[in-house]
Write a protein that binds this ligand. Structure first.
Ligand code: LCS
Length: 392
């Protein structure tokens, strides 16, 4: 085969091959912490990495390796590292670039724990971050300092769905020689591939769309072979945020249907966003697929569809948001996102609790904002559920 394989084929096949020992077609779960060597010389050679082999699951595991190869193929990266959670991926990816005395420019509209990592953990190691509250590249440029070592953002962002022009940030960063990291969790590689636009590294909470079924925690970092090797040797092995082989296998299995799930999620979300935008009890809807969204044209340029995350404000502020949360019957009042089931959360009191209230308001997380992760149920059932919860 000379033609490059398409995304759907990679989602099913990349990184996996039948077990040479048994012929097992599905990748086995190598539920083993350690791996045996034939003799002392071989063991030393494997530990010294002169010989390819496995030694200890914190240093690498065959099931995890298959997941990493699939992730690299789907994002179009040279190499990937799977981690215990999205936050293990986010923190490790940042620590791969940032040391004491360094500065990071980060979008302010990001997941609450990531915000907390920049705001509270970087200062503990003598580094600092400046948050940019506008999605415009000029705002990123203004925040740069001579010691800026990293630019970090999410697009679309959690939970206000801010859209940032990836190619424009890449142009700025490259002109200053600064690496860039994008959290691609909300889009997944099925909709957006930042490495193809010049981003240095991509991170994921694999707990979300990659896994897809709400049953395994995991994270991923995709980038150059050199960077991933540095993370493996200098960060993950010492900080220890490795994924379990069983969770790696669940995520590997989930990814095989990513290309089928995402269009179903997206078309449901588009219908729901339009329904909410026309509803008399709804004041504001954030969804990049709606023409009035400030990032609509950029999203159209860099994503193949607009994703399945929506946030909105019902009339009545906090009380209105609470009534919607309490009124739904089919949507589950539950954290996380990217599940086959539809989920609803109140970001100010859950995912973005750690963000100071004035910072939350600066990026549009009002006290009444409600976030939906639209699942793959029948869309008319989801709309009927929201409609009955919005009758006030
Ligand atoms: N990045 C994004 C964009 C996220 O939404 C999350 C989790 C993470 C990273 C961290 O991933 P984890 O460690 O949980 O695998 N977002 C969550 C949320 O909005 N509600 O619960 C978790």
């Amino acid at each position: 085969m000379t033609k490059e394989l398409e995304f759907a084929t990679l989602a099913v096949h990349a990184g996996e091959s039948p077990c040479p020992a048994t012929g097992a077609l599905d990748t086995p779960i190598y539920q083993s912490t350690t791996f045996v060597s034939a003799n002392a010389d071989e063991m030393a050679a494997v530990y010294g990495e002169e010989k390819i082999g496995f030694m200890y699951t914190r240093y690498g595991n065959p099931t995890t390796r298959a997941l990493e190869a699939k992730l690299a193929a789907l994002e179009g990266g040279e190499s990937a590292l799977a981690t215990a959670s999205g936050m293990a991926a986010v923190s490790s990816a940042i620590l791969g670039y940032v040391k004491s005395g360094d500065h990071v420019v980060a979008a302010q509209s990001i997941y609450g724990a990531t915000y907390n990592f920049f705001n509270k953990k970087l200062p503990r190691m003598g580094a600092s971050a400046t948050f940019v509250s506008s999605p415009n590249v000029e705002a990123f440029e203004k925040a740069l300092r001579p010691n800026t070592r990293l630019i970090y953002f999410e697009t679309p962002s959690n939970p206000v769905l801010e859209v940032i022009d990836i190619a424009a940030v890449v142009r700025l960063a490259r002109s200053r020689g600064i690496p860039t990291i994008v959290d691609n969790t909300f889009a997944s590689p099925a909709l957006q591939r930042p490495l193809e636009l010049g981003i240095t590294a991509v991170v994921h909470s694999a707990t979300k769309y990659l896994c897809g079924h709400g049953d395994a925690m995991g994270g991923a970092i995709i980038g150059s072979r050199e960077y991933i090797s540095l993370l493996l040797h200098e960060i993950i092995r010492d900080f220890g945020g490795v994924i379990s082989p069983f969770n790696a296998w669940l995520i590997l299995r989930g990814i095989r249907t990513l290309h089928l799930r995402m269009p179903a999620h997206c078309s449901n979300a588009h219908r729901i966003a339009e329904f909410l935008a026309g509803h008399p009890t709804v004041e504001r809807v954030n969804y990049p697929g709606l023409a009035h969204h400030p990032g609509h044209l950029i999203a159209k340029k860099q994503m193949s569809a607009f994703g399945a995350m929506i946030s909105f404000e019902a009339k009545g502020g906090y009380e209105g948001g609470k009534r919607v949360m309490d009124g739904v019957k089919l949507f589950a009042r539950a954290a996380s996102l990217g599940d086959t089931r539809s989920l609803i959360v109140h970001p100010a009191s859950t995912s973005h609790r750690a963000v100071p209230p004035e910072d939350r308001r600066a990026i549009g997380i009002s006290d009444g904002l409600v976030r939906l992760s639209v699942g793959i149920e029948a869309v008319d059932d989801l709309i009927a559920d929201l409609d009955q919860a919005l009758q006030f």
